[in-house]
Design a protein around this ligand. Sequence first.
Ligand code: GLU
Length: 467
Amino acid sequence: MTVVRTRFSPSPTGSLHLGGTRTALFNWLFARHHQGVFILRIEDTDRERSEERYVREIKESMLWLGLDWDEGPYFQSARLPLYREYIQRLLDQGEAYYCDCDPADLETRRQEALARGDKPKYDGRCRELGLKPGPNTAVRFKTPLTGTTNWHDRGKGPIAFDNRELDDLVIQRADGIPTYNFAVVVDDITMGVTHVIRGEDHIPNTPRQILIYQALGAALPEFAHMTVTLAPGGGKLSKRRGAIPILDYRERGYLPQALVNYMVRLGWAHGDQEIFSREELIKYFSLEHMSKSPGVYDEEKLLWLNAHYIKETPLPELAGLLQPFLERLGIAAKDLNYLARVAGTLNTRSKTLVEMADQARFYFQDPRPYEEKGARKFLTPESAVHLEEIKKRLEALAEFSEAALNQLFQDLTTETGLKMVQLAQPVRLALTGKTVSPGLFDIIIILGKEEVLKRLNLALDFIYKKQ
Ligand code: GLU
C-alpha cells in the first residue's frame, strides 16, 4: 500500500485564518488517520507579497493547534531550478511554448473580449510561432484544443471541464518565476503527494493542473475540495464576522481544542456527534463525510465548545493557561497552586480565558468599588449587624472548611430567622464586590481568614461611613 502523503501549502502573504487553517486541519487529520505524512510547503514565489513574519505566524498558528508536520517547511523560492527543469521538459516535448505578447496588449485584448461579452482567454497568438527565449518571454502551456478534463473529486463527486474553456496558461512568467498552477504540480509530483485536499475555490485550477500532470506523464493524486465557510446570513467571512487571524483566537482566550473541534465540524460530520477528542477525530476522519454544503460561522457554537474544553482542562493546566491573561490585567499570579484553586471555582462559569481572568480579579485585587445596586441593597445598617456577627464567628473558627462554614451559616439562619441568601449576599459583596460570584464558601476558603476579615472590615467601614 502506498503511504498517504498530504500537504498544506499556504502563501505567506497574510495571516492564517479559519478557512486556511481548516485546510491544514483536514490534511493533517487525513494523514494521521492513515498513518501517513503531512507536509508543510510555503508557496512564496510571489516575492513582493511574501513576508517572513507570516511564515512565522503560520507555523506558530499550526503548532498552537497541534497540527505538527512531518516534512518541511519546504519553500518554493528555494526550488526554482527544479521548476525550470520541468519547464524545459515541457518545452522539449512541444507541450509548452514561448510567448512574447506584451502585457499591455494582452490587457487590451482582455478588455475587448469582455466588452464583446466573451470570456477573456489568451487567443493562442504565439502558440505556433516557435519563438525562442528572450528577455520578455513567458512560457505558456499548450492546452489541448478539444476534449474534456474530468476527475472524481473525493469531496464533490465527478467534475468535468471542457478544454476549450481553458486557455494556454502562463506557466513561467517573463521574470523566470513559475506560476502557481505549474509550481504546485511539480511540487506535488516530486513530493509524492497522494491527496490534494483544499478549498473549493481551487476547483477551476484543477483541470489545468491535471493537464500538466498528464503532459509530464505523472500519475494524478486524488483531489478533494472542501466547501467554504460563510458568514452568518450568507456571504463571505469578513473581519467582523469570523475572518480574524487564528492567533487572535488565542488572544481572545480560546483553547486550541475548541477551535479544532469547531473547525472540523464546519466541513465534516460523524453522525450527529459534536464533541470529539483528538484521538476520535483521527480515528473517524474520512473524506467521504466531508460536507456537501457550506458551513456557516457561528460564534455562539465556538463559545459553547470553548466553555466545554475549559471545563475539561485539568486545573493545574488551566492555571497555567490563565496566568498570562491575569498578567495582562496587571495581576502577577505566581502561585500556580493557588491559581488552580481559583480556576476551580470559575471553570464552569467562563466561556473564555479572558472572561475567566476578569472574573478572577477579586481574588487578587481589592473588590471595591462595590457594584452600586448591590451595595445599596445589601450593604445596609441592618446587614452590618449580621456582618459583625459573621466576622466574629469566622474569627473564632479554627479551620475554614466547607462543613464548618455550612454549620456557621446554618446556625445563623436559625438564630436570626433570616434566609441563607439574606446572610450570604452582604458577605459576597464584601468579598467579591459583586452580587454574582462562585460559591461563597469556596471563596472564603480560598481567600483565607486574614483576607476575609480584612474585606469584611472594609465593607463595614463602607456602611458606617455612608451614615
Ligand atoms: N498556495 C495556495 C493557497 O494558499 C495553495 C493551493 C493548493 O493547495 O493547491 O491557496
